[in-house]
Every structure is written in structure tokens, then in C-alpha cells.
Design a protein around this ligand. Structure first.
Ligand SMILES: *[C@@H]1O[C@H](CO)[C@@H](O)[C@H](O)[C@H]1NC(C)=O
Ligand SMILES: *[C@@H]1O[C@H](CO)[C@@H](O)[C@H](O)[C@H]1NC(C)=O
Ligand SMILES: *[C@@H]1O[C@H](CO)[C@@H](O)[C@H](O)[C@H]1NC(C)=O
Length: 323
């Protein structure tokens, strides 16, 4: 150490606190790098100096750098906190949600008296305050399954939990259409979608979407509503003449929609009815035909409709054959 630099240190040294209290806001996404400027710093880091960074909720600085010595860093920030080369700007890497808070920068420089008017030691006032605001894009905490099967008149609850900062808005769509609360018996409350009593009209693809300024996420659930068949078209009573062909038609709806029809003559399944052997035909579309009817065919013709999920109650028509 030469005389001059000794004089610099032991002589009329004084602290220059360059900080002015200012407030800034730095917004950074979780995992990214935050740069907190220290307006009170000088560019000339060759001057002997002390840089302190404080967090308002902690009694001791989270970062202290004295001259060219390696900095002291709070364990929470170990390996993530440094100064941007040759400045007092604080760099926080891999930012965590817990890093959010007010940060205060204090920069002190030792200066030779020559450049100042007197040798007063100026005590630091509060430094520069910067708010670090940590944002996070939406992410699902939980989602409903990709598909779900329920029965008519049962209730259905789909729940999407979305986290993020700021808290994401959650919206629901059915088959691409935005759903409003109350629409078609569907209650929507944020990430919750509730149908108290399912009908087949509730079948479809439900998408929940979470969105905040940082981004968006979507999840789709296919909802299948099982319904036993319900007969929508019943066979009609028929007066026929002998040797005519008689036709009956039955139609049912349900889900799954592949419905099979069975026919009965006076309560007996037509296949096991000796009288009709070889004279009837059934069709997948719900048509039943008796060829060349005779007087003995006068009776009750019933239709039954079934899918994998259930059987509709039989409906009956009267066939009357006259000479
Ligand atoms: C030193 O200078 C400051 C401002 O330049 C002044 O307020 C203070 O009174 C001075 N102190 C002495 C001991 O002269
Ligand atoms: C410095 O900050 C403390 C606490 O934040 C406050 O009570 C005090 O008034 C501040 N001092 C100045 C000079 O602004
Ligand atoms: C046909 O149906 C009627 C009315 O449901 C019933 O009274 C009658 O006994 C039935 N006839 C036969 C042969 O099953």
C-alpha cells in the first residue's frame, strides 16, 4: 500500500451515501432472472465501496459486498444472487415465489477529502426501495379425468384447480362454446362445474381454461351420459285383411344409441311363437313385418327396445285381422 492510498483510507475519508429514496417495481416470472437496479450506485466500482442489499422483512442484509471481496449472501439466495458485473445492480436467478418483497439498496463509497468540502461522515438514510413482484403463469393443481361416464338424472362435478400469479381466471367451454353460469342447468363457479341432473344434452367435451397475463392452460374432459332407451314412436293399431302383409314400426332413443328391438305376439317373443314361424321379419331400424296375416294373428303386438344400459318398457299395438 503506498502512502497515497493509505491516506485515502486513514485520512479524511468519508462516506458518501448516494442513495435517494425512490421506489420501483420489477415484475419477473417464476424461474426467470430478476435485475434490481441500484440507482444510488456509481459506475465507478474501482472506488472502495460497500454495497448492501436488504430485504424489508429481514433484519440483516441479504447481500453484502465489501470492495472486491466475495460477497456474503443469505443462504436462501445462495448461488442465485450476485451483482451484475461492475455495478450494484442485484441479479437474482431462478426467482422463487418467496423472493417477492421489497428490496433496498445501499451503496457507500469511500472518497478522498480532496473531492469534498469537509470530512463529515454521512450516515446512511434509507436506501433505494424496489418491489420485486414475482409472477407465475397458470398451472393445473388438479384436473378432472380425460373422460367420464355418468347416467341421466345423476349429478356431475368437474373441477379444475388452477394456480398462478396473479390468480388465473377460469372459464369453461362446451364443444367450443363459452358456458355461462346457469346455462342448460350447468352451474359454474370458478374452476367448479356442476350439473345437478344430467340429460343426454350434457354429453360433450368440456374444456376448462386458466388464464392470467403470463399465459394460459387448458384441459378437456369428455362427458358421456348414459341413458336407457325411451320409446319415441310406438307401433300403431292395425286393421288388416287376411293375406295382407302387416307392418309395425317402433323407434327409441338412448345412449349408447345402438338400440336393439324385440317383438312379442300376445306376450310371447315372436321367435318362439310357432304360429308366426317363417312369416315374420324384424329390421334393425325398428320395423316388424308379418307376411300374409290370417284371422288367428289377431292379437297384441309389443315392441321392446334395449341398449347396453337398459330396456324401455314395452309398448303394445292391436292387430285385428278380418276376412
Ligand atoms: C459538511 O458539509 C455538509 C454539506 O456539504 C454541511 O451540511 C455540514 O455542516 C458540513 N460539516 C462541517 C463540520 O462543516
Ligand atoms: C427508514 O425506514 C424505516 C422503516 O422502513 C422508517 O421507519 C424510517 O422512517 C425511514 N427513514 C427515513 C429517513 O426515511
Ligand atoms: C291384449 O292386450 C289387452 C289390453 O292390454 C289385454 O286386455 C288382452 O288380454 C291382451 N290379449 C292377449 C291375448 O294377451
Amino acid at each position: 500500500m503506498n502512502g497515497q492510498s493509505q491516506a485515502l483510507l486513514v485520512g479524511t475519508i468519508f462516506w458518501i451515501l448516494l442513495s435517494v429514496e425512490t421506489r420501483g417495481l420489477i415484475s419477473v416470472s417464476v424461474g426467470a432472472t430478476a435485475l434490481l437496479p441500484c440507482p444510488s450506485s456509481r459506475n465507478d466500482q474501482d472506488l472502495p465501496h460497500v454495497i448492501e442489499w436488504l430485504r424489508q422483512d429481514r433484519p440483516v442484509p441479504v447481500f453484502i459486498k465489501i470492495g472486491k471481496y466475495p460477497p456474503h449472501v443469505n443462504p436462501h439466495f445462495k448461488g442465485r444472487m450476485s451483482l451484475l458485473s461492475n455495478t450494484a445492480t442485484l441479479r437474482i436467478q431462478k426467482v422463487k415465489l418467496e423472493d417477492e418483497g421489497w428490496y433496498e439498496c445501499r451503496a457507500y463509497y469511500f472518497k478522498h477529502a480532496v473531492e469534498s468540502s469537509n470530512g463529515t461522515l454521512v450516515h446512511p438514510s434509507n436506501g433505494t426501495l424496489t418491489k420485486l413482484y414475482v409472477t407465475a403463469p397458470p398451472a393445473f393443481k388438479s384436473t378432472p379425468p380425460p373422460s367420464t361416464v355418468a347416467r341421466v338424472r345423476e349429478s356431475l362435478l368437474l373441477q379444475c384447480r388452477v394456480v398462478g400469479k396473479p390468480p388465473p381466471d377460469v372459464t369453461w367451454r362446451k364443444d367450443g362454446w363459452l358456458l355461462q353460469n346457469g346455462e342448460n342447468g350447468i352451474k359454474i363457479n370458478g374452476g367448479k362445474l356442476l350439473v345437478r341432473s344430467l340429460t343426454t344434452s350434457h354429453r360433450g367435451n368440456y374444456e376448462c381454461q386458466g388464464r392470467n397475463p403470463q399465459g394460459q392452460v387448458e384441459h378437456t374432459t369428455s362427458v358421456f351420459v348414459q341413458a336407457p332407451p325411451e320409446i319415441t314412436v310406438s307401433p300403431k293399431d292395425l286393421d288388416a285383411k287376411e293375406e295382407q302383409d302387416a307392418f309395425f314400426y317402433c323407434k327409441a332413443e338412448g345412449y349408447p344409441a345402438d338400440i336393439s328391438y324385440s317383438w312379442f305376439f300376445n306376450g310371447l317373443e315372436v321367435g318362439s311363437c310357432p304360429q308366426l314361424r317363417g312369416r315374420f321379419r324384424t329390421f334393425n331400424d325398428g320395423t316388424f313385418e308379418i307376411e300374409s296375416v290370417s284371422k288367428e294373428d289377431t292379437g297384441n303386438i309389443s315392441c321392446e327396445a334395449a341398449n347396453d344400459f337398459g330396456i324401455a318398457p314395452r309398448v303394445t299395438a292391436r292387430l285385428v285381422v278380418q276376412c
